[in-house]
Write a protein that binds this ligand. Sequence first.
Ligand SMILES: [Zn+2]
Ligand SMILES: [Zn+2]
Length: 247
Amino acid sequence: MKIIFLGTNGWYDSPTGNTVCILIETDKASILLDAGNGLYKADRYIGPDKPVHLFISHTHLDHIIGLHILNKFEFKQGLTIHTQPGTGTALQTMFSSTYSLPFANLSYPVGIEEFEGLYKNQSFEVQTAKMEHSVPTIGFRISVKNKIIAYCPDTGYCDNAVKLAKEADLLIAECAYRPGEESENWPHLNPETAAKIAVEAQTKQLALIHFDAYRYPTMESRQLAQKTAQSIFPNTVATADEQFIEF
Ligand SMILES: [Zn+2]
Ligand SMILES: [Zn+2]
């Protein structure tokens, strides 16, 4: 199994990378987490003849704008978009002919499934938990091939984030804020709060992602975030586009 960080920016694309998209490539399925602009690189890694499952955390544009690129792909086994209750219609509207190519006009089947709680199929399981953000946002805990991967997208520090990451093999956590920075009105993690979640959840590894493009203009600034988080949780890596972790 390979986890490839296709897009690692938050908010907008910049020379540091594309907006957030993660691919978990397994033998039986391709699992995508969020659909920022990094999604356009998916066909460099997704094998043919496997079903593709995309899990959307929330509808802020940096997490869905990549859906505009779907007509680039040929997902022969189809694409299922898993999203929160109430957001399926919003996605259909945003990706209608007024703004993009409608899902129904793609060369492969696209299904939209609203869900909350547990999603299960023959090769993997996904459990959701509500995050703390300015709009309804869910995080994901993925069980695949005896490994647990937790993804905490846009959120402030919260108990659900710790529960989601409990003893995970890998926690992928957003890091929009700089060290020491926080805001109650617009909750996001910084390196310290992401590391605190990893410590409390006793995860094995922490990967920081969703670096706000304005606050983290260079890869050096991400290295500083990595160093800050490592002082609390040593096994931390600051991700970069197309970097990967293999199990
Ligand atoms: Zn975001
Ligand atoms: Zn957001």
